[in-house]
Design a protein around this ligand. Structure first.
Ligand code: NDP
Length: 298
């Protein structure tokens, strides 16, 4: 059986970040603007700390202004809302990202709704969700947008392709469906109550897996030649690497799937690196829109 083309998200993201850095330099030179991204982290969640550090580093490397507010786990909802109000009013802050998950005493939906939609670089505000669905200009959620860029680069025109999205979360599954519908795919969304899941998956030319279940999608769930985008990031034990060691796997069994698919993203090195690159892209676009400039070609 032939091996699938491996979609190199790491290289793709590096290319996008280079284009972003060029755009940022031009904004500074031509308009005296430095795009600014502010990240708010509440609590000590180890995975969130890693993401936030990585976001800060890549924001600075692109020549942008990066600010991180680290708040203690016991921060009240009111304190967080007050901070967001200040950031909304601060003209040097072009993008605001509140790292999820938030501690239990804070209502996530309320916090997301309090962010100025123009600065909502995650694209999670209900206004932006609605704008995306009706085809109006809006910041597009970073992970699904990264998936879309890789799909278009791999397949070109997506018109008429059958796409199955496995997972219906607000941050991945639903916006992914919206983006693929806008590309004229025939879109299905599957979830934990879907019947005959392997059969539904086998019908898809494009399979996007975002379930958070290690290696759930098996090789025989995949239509030969299909393009598979694996969003899942799951840490599993790896005794072969030594006692107590772990490794990252996706929601797709890569070894099996790569023998059947036409193209596939690896984990790590696929969707993950694209997510932060798309966040930087959203911040640069938000800066342009807030200052009455045309959208940069990114
Ligand atoms: P959620 O937990 O919010 O959603 C998971 C979805 O998968 C739900 O819709 C759920 O269905 C569905 N699901 C769960 N189990 C099954 C099953 N056995 N069969 C069919 N469907 C199932 O996850 P997220 O969307 O936030 O994340 C999904 C994965 O993507 C995770 O591994 C996460 O770590 C990763 N991720 C990666 C990112 C990146 O940058 N690469 C960014 C964001 C997420 P139901 O609604 O019925 O419960």
């Amino acid at each position: 059986m032939s091996e699938a083309k491996i979609i190199d998200g790491k290289a793709f993201a590096a290319g996008l970040r280079e284009k972003i850095a060029v755009e940022v330099a031009a904004m500074k030179k031509d308009h005296g603007l430095t795009p600014g991204l502010t990240v708010v982290l509440v609590g000590e969640d180890p995975a969130s700390q890693v993401y936030v550090r990585s976001k800060g580093k890549q924001t600075e490397e692109a020549g942008m202004e990066s600010t991180t507010h680290r708040l203690p786990a016991e921060t009240s909802e009111e304190e967080l809302l007050n901070l967001i109000e200040k950031l909304n009013a601060d003209k040097t802050v072009n993008g605001i990202l509140v790292q999820l998950p938030l501690p239990d005493q804070i209502d996530e939906a309320k916090v997301i709704s309090s962010i100025n939609p123009d600065k909502d670089v995650d694209g999670f505000h209900v206004t932006n969700v609605g704008r995306l669905w009706v085809g109006l200009e809006a910041p597009v959620p970073c992970t699904p947008y990264g998936c879309l860029l890789m799909l278009k680069d791999t397949l070109g025109d997506l018109t008429g392709k059958r796409a199955l999205i496995l997972g219906r979360s607000n941050i991945v599954g639903k916006p992914m469906a919206s983006l693929l519908l806008a590309e004229s795919c025939t879109v299905s969304i599957a979830h934990s109550r879907t019947e005959d899941l392997p059969e539904r998956c086998r019908e898809a030319d494009i399979l996007v897996a975002a379930v958070g279940r290690p290696e759930m999608v098996r090789g025989d769930w995949i239509k030969p030649g299909a393009t598979v985008i694996d969003v899942g990031i799951n840490r599993v034990d790896a005794p072969e690497k030594g006692e107590g060691k772990t490794r990252l796997v996706g929601d797709v069994n890569f070894e099996e799937a790569s023998k059947v698919a036409g193209a596939i993203t690896p984990v790590p090195g696929g969707v993950g690196p694209m997510t932060i690159a798309c966040l930087l892209r959203n911040t640069v676009i938000a800066t342009a829109r807030q200052n009455g400039l045309p959208d940069p070609d990114l």
